[in-house]
Every structure is written in structure tokens, then in C-alpha cells.
Design a protein around this ligand. Structure first.
Ligand SMILES: *Cc1c(COP(=O)(O)O)cnc(C)c1O
Length: 340
């Protein structure tokens, strides 16, 4: 029985659901883990997560397909990415298979919160891990908590997709050889000031350039860039300090295998940006957000696709990936994981 929620008015906010998966790491190993009802965590004031930010997270969605199944999209890639993040943060990897099982458990236990097919809303899942024991001298924690909670969220675009305006940031998102390629909370803490500055100036997001030379496109605070060339190629920036977006990696396959496009994953000089026909941001939240313009210190780059609607190639990419996710277009092997 679906919860009494007005799915059409849902935004992107936290709504507490009935169950979350919790697993604790003690004495060098993960305990059994299971579903719990308490949404609060009680920790010592000196817990490593509070003092030294030993924390990382993931994000993915569960939703109804056309044929009435509840599914998730490529959760194994979230599991693997979190394991990669953990390695960089001296945290214990949570086993990939156990992660995918935990995702299924949380979705199944909260199935009443999965928005109906066709609403555009979905159940957002937030796996995360924190260092929980008290640490005052700087060192990694030895006890950890892995948790997955979920919250129903509305469609990213309400009342139509409208291209957004970006600015080129004077701040850096990630250092060379830093933590840009992992999903650490600390990467977001330092992005809060730049994003608020951008908002105050009327921009939706920042385009960050590479910190070393400030000549190459990296990403925004929470989404990768995709560009379409005038001769119909998909180009997406490559750098060791970009977070490997699962949406971006999926779109590269969709472009090549479903739409017959050439795909280039390579360094993208900022100087090349005005030559592209279309520009978008990609991530789990919106799949693709079209970018209408980028302001470079007062000089505005406007893409030929314009400021009013998503360009034709990004629209095709968006519709194809959405169709695959919704079970309307046949998916590559393993992309859609059925919960029930
Ligand atoms: C999570 C995230 C993305 C998007 O990744 P998806 O797997 O597509 O959701 C992009 N950039 C950053 C910095 C992120 O944290």
C-alpha cells in the first residue's frame, strides 16, 4: 500500500522513512548488519567523523518501471565506487555484494515510499560510511558505521526542463592528486561557499577548471560535464580529479551503442568550450541538466542550443537513458537490478 504522499509536490528534501540498513565495523570486521528503525545516530563528541571528517557517501535511486517492478540502476557501480573511496580515506571497504543486498533490503522494506510509475518521482538512496570511535590525535578511526537510508524525492525538473546558467569559478574543487575522484563529504564542505557565491550572483552552478593550470574543464560541484560537438560527437572531460559519474559512464555507452555516436573521453581545454553545440551536466539527480550559458568573468558563452530548451542531441541521450532506466528500452546486461 503506497504511503499517503502527494508525489507531485515532492521536492528534494529529507522525509524520514520506516527502515534503514545499518552495519557496524568492529575488531577489524563488519558485523552482520540489518534493518533498523531508529533514524538517529548517537556518537561520542570526539568521533572521528566530527573531528577529521572521515566520511564518504553514495547516491542512487529506486523507482517503478513501466511493467510494475521496483528496480535500481547499476548499484554495483556505486558499491565499487564506495570501495574505491574508502581505500583513499583509510576506511574499510564494504563488500560489493553485501552493499547491493543492503540496497535491496532497504528498498523492499520501504517499498511503500517508492513513488508510482509516471510521477517522475523516485526513492533516493543514500549509502554512507563514517568513522565512529573517538579520535583526537590525527589518525583513522578503527570503528565505522555503514548505513543506507532512503527518502522519496520529486522529479528534478518540475514544469519543464530549462537550461541553466553557470559561471567559471575562481575557486578550485579538487587538487591534482587530491580527493576529487572520490565521493567524500569533505569535497562538498569546501564547495558550499563557492556555490552560495554563484547563487548570489544569479548562477545555478560553478564550472571548475583544473587547479594546476586553470585551462581545462573539470566538473561542477556535483555533476560531470558532457558536450556535443557540431559534428555530433559526445565529448566528456577526462582528469584524475573528476568524480567518475555513473550517469556519465552510462551515457557514453548509450551514445555509442544506442545512438551510433562517436565518443571522446579526453582533456577538454576551456578554450574549446565556445565551439560546442550543446552542453549538459550529468548525475543521478537529473540524469542530464542542459547548460544554456557559461559566464567567464563577464564574458558570456551561449551555446547554439540556446537558453530556452535542451538541445536535440542531449534530448535524445536523455530520452534513451531514461527509457532504459524505466524499462521502456532494452537495457545492457546488468544495468537494471530488480528489487521486487
Ligand atoms: C556524485 C557526483 C557526481 C555524479 O555521479 P553519478 O554517479 O552520476 O550520480 C558527479 N560529480 C561529483 C563531484 C559527485 O559527487
Amino acid at each position: 500500500m503506497s504511503k499517503n504522499i502527494d508525489w507531485s509536490s515532492l521536492g528534494f528534501g529529507y522525509i524520514q522513512t520506516d527502515y534503514r540498513y545499518v552495519c557496524r565495523y568492529r575488531d577489524g570486521q563488519w558485523e552482520e548488519g540489518g534493518l533498523e528503525t531508529d533514524a538517529n545516530i548517537t556518537l561520542n563528541e570526539c568521533a572521528c567523523v566530527f573531528q577529521y571528517c572521515q566520511a564518504c557517501f553514495e547516491g542512487l535511486k529506486a523507482y517503478y518501471t513501466k511493467d510494475g517492478r521496483i528496480v535500481t540502476f547499476r548499484p554495483d557501480l556505486n558499491a565499487q565506487r564506495m570501495a574505491d573511496t574508502c581505500a583513499r580515506l583509510e576506511m574499510p571497504a564494504f563488500p560489493v555484494e553485501k552493499f547491493v543486498e543492503a540496497v535491496k533490503m532497504v528498498v523492499e522494506a520501504n517499498a511503500d515510499y517508492v513513488p508510482p510509475y509516471g510521477t517522475g518521482a523516485s526513492l533516493y538512496l543514500r549509502p554512507f560510511m563514517i568513522g565512529t570511535n573517538s579520535v583526537i590525535g590525527v589518525k583513522p578511526a578503527v570503528e565505522f558505521e555503514f548505513r543506507i537510508f532512503c527518502t522519496p524525492v520529486g522529479p528534478y525538473f518540475k514544469g519543464g526542463v530549462k537550461p541553466i546558467a553557470l559561471k567559471v569559478s575562481d575557486f578550485d574543487r579538487a587538487a591534482p592528486h587530491g580527493t576529487g575522484s572520490i565521493k567524500a563529504g569533505l569535497n562538498y564542505a569546501m564547495s558550499l561557499h563557492p556555490i552560495m557565491e554563484a547563487h548570489r550572483e544569479g548562477f545555478a552552478e560553478n564550472m571548475y577548471l583544473d587547479a594546476a593550470t586553470r585551462t581545462k574543464v573539470e566538473e561542477t560541484g556535483g555533476a560531470n560535464f558532457i558536450f556535443v560537438t557540431k559534428d555530433n560527437k559526445l565529448v566528456t572531460p577526462k582528469s584524475d580529479s573528476i568524480l567518475p559519474s555513473i550517469t556519465r559512464r552510462s551515457l557514453m555507452i548509450v551514445a555509442e551503442k544506442y545512438l551510433g555516436m562517436e565518443v571522446e573521453h579526453r582533456e577538454v581545454p576551456f578554450a574549446e568550450v565556445p565551439d560546442f553545440a550543446e552542453c549538459g551536466l550529468c548525475g543521478t539527480a537529473a540524469v542530464i541538466s542542459p547548460v544554456g550559458s557559461i559566464n567567464d568573468h563577464g564574458k558570456e558563452i551561449v551555446f547554439p542550443s540556446g537558453k530556452e530548451e535542451m538541445g536535440p542531441v542531449l534530448t535524445k541521450l536523455y530520452n534513451t537513458l531514461r527509457g532504459i532506466q524505466m524499462g521502456e528500452i532494452e537495457a545492457p546486461e546488468g544495468w537494471i537490478v530488480t528489487v521486487k
